[in-house]
Structures are given as structure tokens and as C-alpha cells.
Ligand binder design. Structure first.
Ligand code: TPP
Length: 281
């Protein structure tokens, strides 16, 4: 496994913070969006887009590029922020999110936004498309890998497990599923609505190599992604324990902040906390 230098970890943590700031800015500006599930995936997306993925922003359709599917498409404020920081979009365009006729739709649209590999928003389907992309790579002899980020609430969708079974049937070792296990879904805690535990065992029983990590620890994220690359006979699932609303005290672990934009006062408080100026609660 590669050793990841301190500087890389530090840089990725700064990027994760910047992505949170930008995501909240555009959610606030637009007056809608999904702060909770965007804030929970900042380190995962930073690690992927700013280190791990084999991508080239100048060639978003490069056939050999790694694919990333944000299956929990409602968290696209964070993804769009990453695409802007990584050079797929300008910072100005980031502020056109949701504009009629614009390239940044309310949920990710593969046909409109450079850097988006699957149109998502209806949860449950990212793994199945990821399976198709992996099989296509085999047929075409292309050497890319496919990463699918799913929500824990999303793991309640039956169709997700159909995709998982198929990935396992074909031994798709180029597929890595990352579960954002933040414990909260749209209207309450996952364990109360439809419990998933033991989640890692579920993935193991579907014949995935399965790792459990702290999804806010950039080093653990990078190491898990590396380990997935060393498995050659089956797909990998990374169960990443995270906090919904991570970094903003009054949003953390609150279903209320699943799909609601902050007002001006809440936004100012959130930004000051993310910048490390204040922390309430
Ligand atoms: C098939 C489907 N059903 C319902 C929804 C509406 N919906 C949007 S987000 C969400 C909750 C998702 O929870 P989770 O996957 O845990 O997302 P996170 O907590 O990470 O934001 C729901 C039910 C949807 N997008 N797709």
C-alpha cells in the first residue's frame, strides 16, 4: 500500500473544508438543496477527485478515465463544488446551479455537466450502472475503475442489492462501492426507519471484499481506496462511517437538515463554524 504523506492529508482536509463551504454557499444562494448528505461526503469526494481517481478535467469524455457515480445524487452541491475546484467548471458557473437551461441541474445530469458519469437522483441505481460500466470496460479492453457512492438510506432500496449480486456474479474487482453510513435518512434515523445492521456483513455475504472506515479520516479513505485496487477477484465495499451535516453543529445528525437550505442567519453561523471561527453545541 502507498504511504500517503502528511502534506497530502493536510491538503485534502483543506479541500474538503472548501468543498463544504462552497456547497453550503450554493445551497444558500439557491434556497434549496441537501446540506446534511453533502457535508457527510466531503472527505470521500476530496480524496477521490483530488488524489485517487484517474481523470483529466480537460478531457471529461476520455474513454480510459475512472468513472465516479454519485448514486445519492441529491448531494450534488458537493459534487459540483468538487468539479469546479478540479477545473471541470468555472467558479462562476457553480453559481448557476438550478438555473433554467443551465448545465448544473438540481440533480446530476450526465448529458449536461462535464465530469458527471451518470444521471442520478432516483436512488438505488448507481451500482447497476456501475456494473454495466465495468462489463463494458472488459469488453472494450479499457483499464478504468468504477466508484459508486451510495447513501445508507439508499441501501434500503431493493434494486441496489440486485446490482450488488450482479457485481459479485461477474467478480467485478474494478468496482468499488462506498457507503456513506451517516445513520440518518430523509425523515429520521436509519436504525428506526429500516435498520441496516450488520451492514458490513451484508456486503460480505454478497461476496464483496468489505472494509469499514471513518469516512472523515482522509488517510483511512485513501488507504481503503488503495486496498480496493489490490483485490482482484471480487468487488469491494467500503462502509464509511460519517456524520450527516458534518462540521456544522446545528446540522449534525439532524434529519431536519436533510433537504432544507439555511436562512441568512443560519448560513452565517454555518460558515463561521466551517472556517473554525466558532462552534456552538
Ligand atoms: C428511489 C428514490 N426514492 C426516494 C427518493 C427521495 N429521497 C431523496 S434523498 C432521500 C433519503 C436518502 O437517504 P440517504 O441515502 O441516507 O442519503 P443521505 O443521508 O446521505 O443524504 C430520499 C428518500 C429518491 N431520491 N429516490
Amino acid at each position: 500500500m502507498t504511504h500517503h504523506p502528511e502534506k497530502l492529508i493536510k491538503d485534502l482536509n483543506v479541500i474538503a473544508r472548501d468543498l463544504r463551504l462552497d456547497a453550503l454557499e450554493i445551497i444558500h444562494e439557491r434556497g434549496q438543496g441537501h446540506p446534511g448528505g453533502s457535508l457527510s461526503v466531503a472527505e470521500i469526494i476530496a480524496a477521490l477527485y483530488f488524489h485517487h481517481l484517474k481523470i483529466d478535467p480537460a478531457r471529461p469524455e476520455w474513454p480510459e478515465r475512472d468513472r465516479f457515480i454519485l448514486s445519492k445524487g441529491h448531494a450534488c452541491a458537493l459534487l459540483y463544488s468538487a468539479l469546479a475546484h478540479r477545473g471541470y467548471l468555472s467558479k462562476e458557473e457553480l453559481h448557476t446551479w438550478g438555473h433554467l437551461g443551465g448545465r448544473l441541474q438540481g440533480h446530476p445530469d450526465r448529458l449536461k455537466t462535464p465530469g458527471v458519469d451518470m444521471t442520478t437522483g432516483m436512488e438505488g441505481h448507481g451500482i447497476s450502472v456501475g456494473v454495466g460500466l465495468c462489463l463494458a470496460a472488459r469488453v472494450k479492453g479499457l483499464g478504468y475503475r468504477v466508484y459508486v457512492l451510495v447513501g445508507d438510506g439508499e441501501c434500503q432500496c431493493g434494486v441496489l442489492w440486485e446490482g450488488a449480486m450482479t457485481a459479485s456474479k461477474y467478480g467485478l474487482s474494478d468496482l468499488t462501492v462506498i457507503v456513506d453510513y451517516n445513520g440518518v435518512q430523509l425523515d429520521g434515523p436509519v436504525r428506526e426507519i429500516l435498520p441496516l445492521d450488520p451492514l458490513a456483513e451484508k456486503w460480505r455475504s454478497f461476496n464483496f471484499a468489505t472494509l469499514e472506515i471513518n469516512g472523515h479520516d482522509v488517510r483511512q479513505v485513501l488507504e481503503a481506496l488503495d486496498m480496493a485496487g489490490e483485490i482482484h477477484d471480487k468487488p469491494t465495499a467500503i462502509v464509511a462511517h460519517t456524520t450527516k451535516g458534518r462540521g456544522v453543529s446545528f446540522m449534525e445528525n439532524k434529519a431536519k437538515w436533510h433537504g432544507r437550505a439555511p436562512n441568512d442567519e443560519e448560513y452565517a453561523q454555518a460558515i463561521s463554524e466551517l472556517k473554525g471561527e466558532t462552534r456552538h453545541g
